[in-house]
Design a protein around this ligand. Structure first.
Ligand code: XIL
Length: 474
């Protein structure tokens, strides 16, 4: 095992009174807690700059045997075997690791501040004590999470301005039957309605997830796979979409109209690669994609329509998705204005966005995500990161149910940093980043501890690394 990596530790700098500033007694620095990660100079500089009201800071260490701090403000990551406050050298081979040191910071006008530095992999601050995550992004940028019930918690509303119902608006939860002789569809709106009202009352944007899928669908939709009459299936699909989108009209910011059309590992011509277990594809053929999006557009022209999928970092899948979205959009662009919503802007796309789910693990490289974003940008769509969670282990360790290690939490943290750094470079097309859960224990992949907060709602290294990678200017 690599001792260096094990030793890359999370740093927390607690501001304590060094010397009091007589002229500026109100300076917020003195009461602040600042958190940063080892080696993450941006994080450190950004946070300190805010508290020094924009002044540049230079650093010197009060004791170079305890921690190395460079003149540019970078605490280097060579705190591998770190001399603890109690003395002695401590190696972090198993977690959670923790040690302390003192650092003195000097401002350009020679004022000094003393910091207690705690290096640890332990989860730290509680979610409700942290500044709202949404405030770290520019106004209008959507930072989302999922709601598991039908009301919105204070935790969610503090940090997030967009919400997706984890399961509550999926076809199996919305609709429970269809009369085969009349074609009338039955709906169960209550829970979804309460969720939508609860979120919109708090000014939180609601993401509709999802209209067309092969999974979590009611029996009547599964039965559509065996519907011999294409026109009947097409009418049923259009009725379902029209009913649902109309029911929530004006309340949904964007709809994931179609979810996961392609099976894992597919490549080639998109029309031939749609998963056969999608009943709409089975009964209607690949036209169901265009027809489904068109029905959604006509039912609520204000909603942004998305195609949503997983493993979009895979280049073959990215190509399939791009080809499908482009072909559907080209067909829509050629449609006469008479068949589009009144007053629709010329040139408006039908599939305006691609949702990249981003359920990751150690095998997913940021470079591949970058390449995919480039492909999607080239066809003029927006992108949202719709379901972000990153296992703190490899896929094989997760599949074998091996325990997450201390080192895994640090690798996870660095992946969150790398991914955010890529999203930042595509800020012109990314409109939302949604995490698929808040605390690890509530995750659908809980054994892989994939989220920013631990089971006690405390921030993990992943939180600090992710936040540290958000640019201060967008
Ligand atoms: C997951 C939920 O998180 C689970 O609770 C449920 O059991 C299965 O579905 N892609 C999607 C999401 O689009 O709807 C899925 O959500 C995760 C994968």
């Amino acid at each position: 095992m690599n001792i260096k990596r094990i030793g890359i530790i999370l740093i927390i700098v607690l501001f304590i009174f060094g010397c009091k500033d007589e002229e500026e007694p109100e300076m917020p620095l003195a009461q602040s807690t600042v958190l940063l990660t080892v080696g993450n100079s941006k994080n450190l500089a950004a946070m300190l700059d805010a508290r020094f009201n924009g002044k540049t800071i230079t650093w010197s260490s009060s004791d170079s045997t305890k921690v190395t701090v460079s003149a540019s403000g970078i605490i280097t990551s060579n705190i591998i075997s770190f001399t603890t406050a109690e003395g002695g050298s401590k190696k972090y081979t198993e977690g959670p690791a923790r040690a302390e040191a003192l650092v003195t910071a000097k401002t350009p006008d020679n004022k000094t501040q003393e910091f207690k530095v705690i290096a640890t992999t332990e989860a730290q601050e509680k979610i409700m004590d942290l500044p709202p995550l949404k405030d770290r992004f520019p106004p209008g940028f959507l930072v989302g999470n999922i709601a598991t019930g039908s009301s919105v918690s204070g935790t969610l509303s503090r940090h997030f301005n967009a919400l997706t119902s984890e399961n509550g608006m999926k076809p199996e939860k919305i609709s429970n039957g269809r009369n085969t002789s009349t074609g009338v569809i039955n709906y169960t709106w209550n829970n979804a309605d309460s969720f939508v009202k609860s979120a919109t009352d708090l000014n939180i944007k609601v993401i509709g997830h999802t209209l067309l899928w092969h999974s979590q669908i009611p029996q009547w939709q599964k039965d559509m796979a065996n519907e011999p009459n294409k026109a009947t299936a097409l009418a049923a699909m259009k009725t379902y979409i029209t009913d649902v989108v109309t029911h929530f009209k004006g309340k949904i910011y964007s709809w994931d109209v179609l979810n996961e059309a392609f099976p894992d590992g597919s490549s080639g011509i998109w029309k031939d690669k749609i998963r056969p277990e999608n009943p709409w594809y089975k009964a209607i053929g690949s036209d169901f994609v265009y027809e489904g999006f068109l029905a959604a557009r006509l039912a609520d022209p204000d909603a942004i329509l998305y195609y949503n999928d997983f493993n979009t970092d895979n280049s073959n899948r990215a190509n399939l998705i791009r080809d499908m979205v482009k072909e559907v959009n080209d067909k829509y662009l050629a449609l006469s204005a008479d068949n589009k919503p009144a007053e629709e802007a010329a040139g408006r796309l039908l599939i305006e966005g691609i949702g990249m789910q981003e359920h990751h693990n150690f095998g997913v490289s940021a470079a591949n995500i970058r390449t995919t974003l480039g492909k999607f940008k080239a066809i003029g769509v927006k992108v949202s990161v719709t379901e972000l969670d990153v296992l703190a282990q490899s896929w094989s360790d997760y599949s074998s149910r091996n325990a997450v290690t201390n080192n895994g939490l640090l690798t996870q943290a660095d992946l969150y940093r790398q991914y955010m750094a890529v999203y930042k470079d595509f800020a012109d097309i990314i409109e939302r980043i949604t995490f698929w859960g808040v605390t690890d224990n509530q995750s659908w992949r809980s054994t892989g501890l994939p989220l920013l907060f631990d089971k006690d709602g405390k921030a993990k290294p992943a939180y600090y690394k992710f936040v540290g990678a958000i640019p201060t200017t967008w």
